[in-house]
Design a protein around this ligand. Structure first.
Ligand SMILES: NS(=O)(=O)c1cccc(F)c1
Ligand SMILES: [Zn+2]
Length: 258
């Protein structure tokens, strides 16, 4: 099979051939149906501490654009549904070719134009790779933020301004060291959905504690257009790099809000 992608001949419907877990019972993304979620008063606030990065790359890996600091940067996530500290690994995006599609998770069937994933790994593992392979839903913690079109996102501007430099698959650029990742996050990380799921791209490992925030972030139309100018490994616009929702099976989606 050609390397996996999102086209007719290598998209989500094909992934099960290389990754049979694609048809597993803990797959992501899902449709977050408000009538079926359950408030959990035991969910604590989340704390994300992102320290400045000395050498971080922004890259086009052929299926997304991704911010990746060098390993062991010291940024970490604790609290919420998490029992231990998680180390920050990378963030990346999924988006559509128009404003009616693009997010991976949905809310009552609604898709947002894009979704931003902050990926963290359980610090009781020696590395990110070990955390992915650690088995069970506590290997990674991924924060999901919906993006909607509105005001320019000043915190993401240093990243969206770099997109023209990583237009083609396999390209990367160094991110200025004064980039403040903390500024992307809302002041308080409240009001989220959380459930046990998987990576949304191959290898689709069922190792993720998903934490999806109810409140979307805003980006400008120009910032959305920047994403839509990115080219994938087949030389086509990368937009549409989202997996459709997977069956919930017998999983519960908890909320930190009533
Ligand atoms: N899209 S995602 O589930 O956040 C994801 C896919 C693959 C690797 C990874 F670290 C995160
Ligand atoms: Zn993702």
């Amino acid at each position: 099979m050609a390397p996996w992608g999102y086209e007719k001949d290598n998209g989500p419907a094909h992934w099960h051939k290389d990754c049979p877990i694609a048809n597993g019972k803990n797959q992501s993304p899902i449709d977050l149906i408000n009538g079926e979620v359950k408030y959990d008063s035991g969910l604590k606030p989340l704390t994300a501490k992102y320290v400045p990065f000395s050498d971080a790359k922004f890259l086009n890996n052929g299926h997304s654009v991704q911010f990746q600091p060098s390993a062991g940067n010291g940024s970490e996530l604790t609290g919420g549904p998490l029992a231990v500290k998680y180390n920050f690994e990378q963030f990346h995006f999924h988006w559509g070719n128009n404003d009616t599609e693009g997010s991976e998770h949905r809310v009552d069937g609604k898709m947002y134009p894009a979704e931003l994933h902050f990926v963290h790994w359980n610090s009781t593992n020696p590395s990110f790779k070990d955390a992915v392979g650690s088995g069970g839903p506590n290997g990674l913690a991924v924060l999901g933020f919906f993006l909607k079109v509105g005001a320019e996102n000043a915190a993401l501007k240093p990243i969206t301004d770099l997109i023209p430099k990583v237009k083609d698959a396999g390209t990367s650029v160094t991110v200025p060291s004064n980039f403040d990742m903390q500024a992307i996050l809302p002041a308080t990380l409240t009001d989220y959905y959380t459930y046990d799921g998987s990576l949304t791209t191959p290898p689709l490992a069922e190792c993720v504690k998903w934490i999806v925030f109810k409140q979307p972030l805003e980006v400008s139309a120009a910032q959305m257009e920047a994403f839509r100018s990115v080219i994938n490994r087949d030389g086509k616009p990368m937009g549409g790099n989202y997996r459709p929702p997977c069956p919930l099976h017998d999983r519960a989606v908890k909320t930190s809000f009533k």
